[in-house]
Structure formats: structure tokens, C-alpha cells
Design a protein around this ligand. Structure first.
Ligand code: BGC
Length: 775
């Protein structure tokens, strides 16, 4: 982290405050890393550390949970007593200024050293103004826009007392069975890295000590998205070449962007759980990448190593500290065992000091020593949360995240007149618009699709509503998918009766909008699925509605790529709406009525069936690549019963207009060290509406010292064009764009031949060649 300070005299002050003596940092307005400022901070921290007892130091490593979002079976007891004894470094999951102030008051008025607490929360895609889930945000392909969502989230969260968010989640995943694909940016490391940087910038700004910035926490380090069989918390097994070339980039990009904290993941990495993996946490993260911030476990990550089979609590806690962990989330392994481990020489005081310094440093950077109540301003809470501006922006972003998967008979956009039959279990749910996490949101403030259609459609549109089916056939499964107040009341009626009623409603309408798919909690943490179809009971409803022969639009709610093979075959228009946040009902209506032209592009391949998983665009060629994209050839790497290609490829998404992209042209055929190649294409809006297109550039390294992917995204740009308008787009290729980690994990550019592909999805591309020569 880089620092600069506006007021540079930092001394230990003993200020009399409410009759108590407070130990304060005079000013922490540190904005860059001038040696002078780091030196001042270091002196402050060294002096403080020098006055701390061993117990107080270990106390700083203890992160307890409040009651807002419990994600494990453990919770912490007697928080107040522990703060008083100096046994707490901070909290997660306490919400509202009043509660946070109360806890902070105990720490800074009633403990010996008056060290302030830090307050964390999962502010994942907004605080009260909820933006689309991260997978949907990534479908905007607009890092600037995403940065602004993070900025607003930080503004709102800090106005409510929070100064640390457990975001961004940058885990690459190629497995839509894994519920947490909803929380990341999809399957591509380059796009993931661009978004990771943007989010860190949005949260942290350029000065962490400002009252409206907070610490970002890059998670889950590392490889959490590669869990076997897409089952959450499951084993990960991956070679280092793949880690470095395909999974590490977004974590590293977030660190390079200055992320002030990192969370270790639950999974193992090369046989050792990340939480105790010294190679990962110290050699790679700290030494190779130069990370200098605070390293926290995931929720009871230390304790879980007992079940991983690494030993008892004392042993695994010592392992975590020795591997480089600074803060222990919820499990209290550090606080209960480190003293003994020190006596038994299983850990060193040096490591405890290191961890404690990291925690104190985070607090210092936030300016908490200067003013422990910096984030406890009730007036800000009143004025800066869920504002009209924030909501308007959330509506815009949600509209941009929607992906038009199919629009065969130009069913869309809809006319703002006539009768719409709005049918499905998700047609009128507010709580299920926001998506996973959103722990701080007021679910009643979300706009449902029905409300959105009514508002945007205006007085000439009549909406007829029918539920048509339950969310799931199985009531236990329905309950699991609609937790945390996001219920969809279950209808006891017989399935056929519900369908019959819906069909009758449909018959009275000009067009059917079927609002189907997953509920909010069917993706996210601990929400893996082996069947990623639209639930069967809803599919039966859809079949019946299609039989009416009325024009039909499927509005799909989903936190993951679903298997839409059946829908793609039978439904003329499919709008992938994800979970768009509090304003999502309005945003979907904007798109349905054509006020907004959809421009989102999927960032994770949609498979044809679960058997294809993992299916991703940047795969290797193999020694027996398929001969025919959709056919079968014996003794080639393909399936007897399905194509190798996903149903919808990475980067895919339609618009109400059409675009033409010319074949790429290069200004030279040879790239030299230090040189550049300019790649140009002309993009034309060939349709009749203003629209946005994402122009994507991929590179293939034709031969390398290790096998290379068939395509890798290297550049992209999003442009808006008027009907008939053309624009020349150019990209500059440098050595950086062809570099990779070789068998020795050296980052190299190897001479040879390359292909450049440019187009509007990973599949829809045109190509040109170039070579890279060293001299
Ligand atoms: C999740 C993290 C989250 C943490 C704190 C864990 O269960 O894996 O992503 O930040 O809980 O809520």
C-alpha cells in the first residue's frame, strides 16, 4: 500500500475523552507511500506493539461475528466481555451505526490500550442499493461501470459504520454446478482481472482513511472456484502451470491494484488447505507478488482444518499463523491456542507480532486510531444510503447486465399497449430479485418484475398475473432455495390445476412473459446443484404455455449458467435477467419494452448438459481435437451424444439491433521485443436501433514450450453505435499479450506464430496471423 499524508506529525496522544484516556494517531490521512509517511506509521505501530502484552497482541488477531449473516455453524458468545478483555480485533456482521458505535465505544474507552475495532461485512454487490450479482455485473463488460457500483457500495456501507468489505470475489470458475459462480466474474482470467482491479479501486479509492472508502478483501485465495464436481467446499487439485496461467491472474491484479486485505479459501491447494499453505500465502502472495496487507481466514477456516485432517485446533492454528494468516475469522483458534503454542515453541513471537502489526496497520490506514468513530456518522447514514441517484444508477446497470440469448421471431421488444400475461413463480417476488448475499438489503425495497412492467409499461398495458407453478416440485428443495426471508409461498394446489389457471390467463393476453428459473438462494454459497435445468415443475408450465401458440418471452432468473437446451429449442425469445438487484424489475421492463437495448454478454459458457461440464472457451486443443464442431468422429476428443461446443459461448449475447465486424487487419506481421502491432476492425450497426457491442480480441499461440489454449481473451472494448453508424476500432498488441508462465513458471514471451481473432463472442470471430520474432 502506498501512503501520503496531509498532516505528518503523528504522536502518541493521550487525550482525555469522556473521562477516559484514548490512545490516538493524530492524523492518518495517508494517501501515498512516501517513505516519510510509512516511517511515521511504522513508528506508531512499533511503539504501540512495544506496549502490548502477548494476550493483547493475540486479541487483535481475533475476528468475531455478530448476527447479520451467519455462514457456518459456529457463532461467538460473550462478545462484550471479550472486547473488555482486549480479546477482539474486530467484528463482521454487525450492522447499523448505533450497534457499531456501541461496540467501538467499549473498545476505545474501556480497554487498556483503547485500540479501535475494525468492522467487516460481505458487501458483495451493493449495500442497501443492490446491484446485479457479480456474474451479471461481469456481463456488462464494463469495468468503469462496475467500479462505480463498488464506489456506491463503499459510500453506503461506510455511511453505516462498515469499514471492510469481503469483496471482490475473483475466483475463476468453469463449473456452473457450483453456486458461487454467481459471486464471481465467470470463466476468463483476463476479464476477471480487469474487473478485480476496478472493484478494488471502487472500494478503496485513493485514500483509505477517507470516511467513504473501505478495505477491499480479495477472496478466496486461492482456486476456490475449481472445486471438484462443483460441490461447495470440495477438494481442488490443480497443477501449478494451470494455477499460474489460468487462475491466479485476477488475484494478482487485485493485489497490484492495492487491495489491502486477502481472504484465504476453504479448499486445499496442492494437498494443503489454503489457510495453512505457506507456499501459497507467503511465497506466492507476499514474496512473489509483494502483498503487504492483512491476510484473514474464511469463516472458521482454521477450525475446518481439523476436518481436513491436519491435526487438532492447537496444531492447525499454529500452522495457519506460520503459513502467514494474520486474522482468524470466527473460529477463535488463535485466541485459545497461540499462547500455549508459543510456550511450546510451535510458533514464534515474531510471527504473532507480524500478524498483529498487519491488523493494526489496516486500522491505521483506515484512520481509526485518529478517529475510531470515523465511520459512525448517523447523518451520513440518513443521507447517503439508498438514494434516488444510487437507485437510478442501479437500474441502468441492471439493464446493461441483461443478456438476450434468443429473439427469433422478434417477439421483443414488447409494445407498450395490450395485455401481457405475466406468469411464473418469480413474476411477483421482490425478495428474489436481489440475488445471493445482499445481507444488508431491505428486501421489501426491491422492485418486482410485475411492478416494473406496470411502471414502465404505462397505462395502456394491462398485466394479468398467474403463478402457474411452484418454484420446485419438491418442497424441501424449495425451502433450501428460498432461505433468508426470500420465500416464495408454496401453493398446495395440484400442479395441473395451477397450470390450467395460468393457461386460461395466457389465453386472454396478447403476449406471455414467463418469469421462471432459480430463486435467489439457489445460487451463492452452499448452493451447488447437480441438475442445472429450469426446475422441472416450471418447465412443464412452460410447455403448456407454449402450446397456447401465443408469442412468449422467457425471462430467466438465474445465478449461474443453466442448461437451456430444451428452452433454446422451443422458446422463441429468452432474456437472461440473472438477479439484477433492487431495481431489477424496472430494468428488465426497460429491456422488455425496448427503452433499453440489451447489450450484455455472458462471461461463462452455458453448457448443453451437465455432462459437458467443465466447458469453457479457453480450453486446450488436445492431441486429438474434434474434426467437426458438431459431429462425431471415432478416436477424436468428442462425445457420442453431444457436441463439444457449449449451447451459448463465452462472450455471447444478442441485441435488438445487429452488428457487422470486419476481418481484423494488422499494421505489421511481425511483433518484435518492445514493439507493437496495431489491429483494426470496422464495426457497423447494421440494424435499426441504437445499440452497444462488445468487440472482443482473442489470441492463440500456435506452438509453445507448453500446450497453449485454443484462444485467450486479450482485449475488449464496448461501443455504442447509432443505426447505420460505423466505427474503426483499434487494439495494440504488445509482448505482454503473448506472455505466459512456462514449465519453470517463468513469465515469458516465446517466438513463434500467433493468430488474432476478433468478433463479438468467443465463437463468432474472424482471424489474422502474426509472428513474434526475437531479432
Ligand atoms: C464465505 C465468505 C464470506 C465469509 C464471511 C464465508 O462463509 O465463504 O465468502 O466472506 O463467510 O461472511
Amino acid at each position: 500500500m502506498k501512503f501520503r499524508r496531509q498532516f505528518f506529525l503523528i504522536i502518541f496522544l493521550f487525550i482525555t475523552f469522556n473521562g477516559f484516556t484514548v490512545h490516538a494517531q493524530q492524523s492518518s490521512r495517508v494517501t501515498s507511500a512516501s517513505g516519510q509517511d510509512s516511517a511515521t506509521m511504522n513508528k506508531f505501530l512499533s511503539d504501540l506493539l512495544g506496549r502490548m502484552t502477548l494476550e493483547e497482541k493475540i486479541g487483535q488477531l481475533n475476528l468475531l461475528t455478530g448476527e447479520q449473516a451467519i455462514t457456518g455453524s459456529s457463532v461467538n458468545k460473550d462478545a462484550e466481555g471479550k472486547i473488555l478483555k482486549g480479546q477482539v480485533g474486530g467484528f463482521l456482521n454487525i450492522i447499523t451505526v448505533a450497534k457499531i458505535r456501541k461496540a467501538q465505544e467499549i473498545a476505545v474507552t474501556k480497554t487498556r490500550l483503547k485500540i479501535p475495532l475494525i468492522f467487516g461485512l460481505d458487501v458483495i454487490h451493493g449495500y442497501k442499493t443492490i446491484f446485479p450479482i457479480p456474474l451479471a455485473l461481469s456481463a456488462t463488460w464494463d469495468p468503469k461501470l462496475i467500479e462505480k457500483t463498488a464506489r456506491i457500495a463503499a459510500q453506503e456501507a461506510t455511511a453505516d459504520g462498515i469499514n471492510w468489505t469481503f469483496s471482490p470475489m475473483v475466483d475463476i470458475s468453469r463449473d456452473p454446478r457450483w453456486g458461487r459462480v454467481a459471486e464471481g466474474s465467470g470463466e476468463d482470467p483476463y476479464l476477471g482481472a480487469e474487473i478485480a482491479k476496478a472493484m478494488v479501486k471502487g472500494y478503496q479509492g485513493d485514500d483509505l482513511s477517507k470516511e467513504n472508502t473501505l478495505l477491499a478483501c480479495v477472496k478466496h485465495f486461492a482456486l476456490y472456484g475449481a472445486s471438484e464436481s462443483g460441490r461447495d467446499y470440495n477438494t481442488v487439485d490443480m497443477g501449478r502451470s494451470r494455477m499460474y496461467n489460468e487462475y491466479f491472474l485476477p488475484y494478482k491484479a487485485a493485489i497490484d491494484a492495492g487491495a489491502a486485505s486477502v481472504m484465504a479459501s476453504f479448499n486445499e491447494v496442492d494437498g494443503i488447505p489454503a489457510t495453512a499453505n505457506k507456499w501459497l500465502l507467503t511465497d506466492v502472495l507476499r514474496k512473489e507478488w509483494g502483498f503487504s496487507g492483512m491476510l484473514v481466514t474464511d469463516y472458521t477456516g482454521i477450525n475446518e482444518m481439523i476436518d481436513h485432517g491436519l491435526g487438532g485446533l492447537q496444531e492447525v492454528s499454529a500452522k495457519a499463523l506460520n503459513a502467514g494468516i494474520d486474522m482468524d475469522m470466527v473460529g477463535e483458534g488463535f485466541i485459545t491456542t497461540l499462547t500455549n503454542s508459543l510456550e511450546e515453541k510451535k510458533v514464534s513471537e515474531k510471527d504473532i507480532d507480524r500478524a498483529c502489526r498487519m491488523v493494526l496497520e489496516a486500522k491505521y490506514k483506515l484512520g481509526l486510531f485518529e478517529d475510531p468513530y470515523r465511520y459512525c456518522n448517523e447523518q451520513r447514514a440518513e443521507k447517503e444510503i439508498f438514494t434516488a441517484d444510487h437507485r437510478a444508477f442501479a437500474r441502468k446497470v441492471a439493464g446493461k447486465s441483461v443478456v438476450l440469448l434468443k429473439n427469433e421471431k422478434q417477439t421483443l421488444p414488447l409494445k407498450k399497449s395490450g395485455t401481457i400475461a405475466l406468469i411464473g413463480p418469480l413474476a411477483d417476488s421482490k425478495a428474489n430479485m436481489v440475488g445471493t448475499w445482499s445481507v444488508s438489503a431491505n428486501l421489501n425495497t426491491a422492485v418486482s418484475l410485475k411492478e416494473g412492467l406496470e411502471q414502465v409499461g404505462g397505462s395502456k398495458v394491462r398485466i394479468l398475473l398467474a403463478k402457474g407453478s411452484n418454484l420446485m416440485q419438491d418442497s424441501a428443495q424449495q425451502t433450501r432455495g428460498t432461505m433468508f426471508g426470500r420465500t416464495i409461498p408454496r401453493d398446495d394446489r395440484n400442479e395441473n390445476e395451477m397450470i390450467k389457471e395460468a393457461v386460461a390467463v395466457a389465453m386472454k393476453a396478447d403476449v406471455i412473459v414467463a418469469a421462471l428459473g432459480e430463486a435467489s438462494e439457489m445460487s451463492g454459497e452452499s448452493a451447488s446443484r447437480t441438475d442445472i435445468n429450469v426446475p422441472q415443475v416450471q418447465q412443464r408450465l412452460l410447455e403448456a404455455l407454449l402450446k397456447t401458440a401465443k408469442p412468449l418471452v422467457l425471462v430467466l432468473f438465474n445465478g449461474r449458467p443453466l442448461d437451456l437446451s430444451w428452452e433454446n429449442e422451443h422458446v422463441p425469445s429468452i432474456l437472461n435477467a440473472w438477479f439484477g438487484g433492487t431495481e431489477s424489475g424496472l430494468a428488465i421492463a426497460d429491456v422488455l419494452f425496448g427503452d433499453v437495448n440489451p447489450g450484455g454478454k455472458i462471461t461463462a459458457s452455458f453448457p448443453r448438459n451437465v455432462g459437458q461440464i467443465p466447458v469453457y472457451y479457453n480450453h486446450k486443443n488436445t492431441g486429438r481435437p474434434q474434426n467437426d464442431k458438431h459431429g462425431f468422429t471415432k478416436y477424436r476428443s468428442n462425445y457420442l451424444d453431444a457436441s463439444n461446443e457449449p449451447l451459448f459461448p463465452f462472450g455471447y449475447g444478442l441485441s435488438y439491433t445487429t452488428f457487422g465486424i470486419t476481418a481484423p487487419m494488422v499494421d505489421k506481421k511481425v511483433l518484435s521485443p518492445g514493439g507493437t502491432i496495431k489491429v483494426k476492425v470496422d464495426v457497423k450497426n447494421t440494424g435499426t436501433r441504437l445499440g452497444e457491442e462488445v468487440v472482443q480480441l482473442y489470441i492463440r499461440d500456435m506452438a509453445g514450450s507448453i500446450t497453449r489454449p485454443v484462444k485467450e481473451l486479450k482485449k475488449f472494448t464496448k461501443i455504442a453505435l447509432m443505426p447505420g453508424e460505423s466505427r474503426e476500432i483499434s487494439f495494440t498488441i504488445t509482448e505482454e499479450d503473448i506472455k505466459f508462465y512456462n514449465a519453470d513458471l517463468a513469465y515469458v514471451a516465446e517466438p513463434g506464430d500467433f493468430k488474432i481473432y476478433v468478433g463479438n463472442s468467443a465463437e463468432q470471430v474472424k482471424e489474422v496471423d502474426f509472428s513474434y520474432l526475437k531479432n
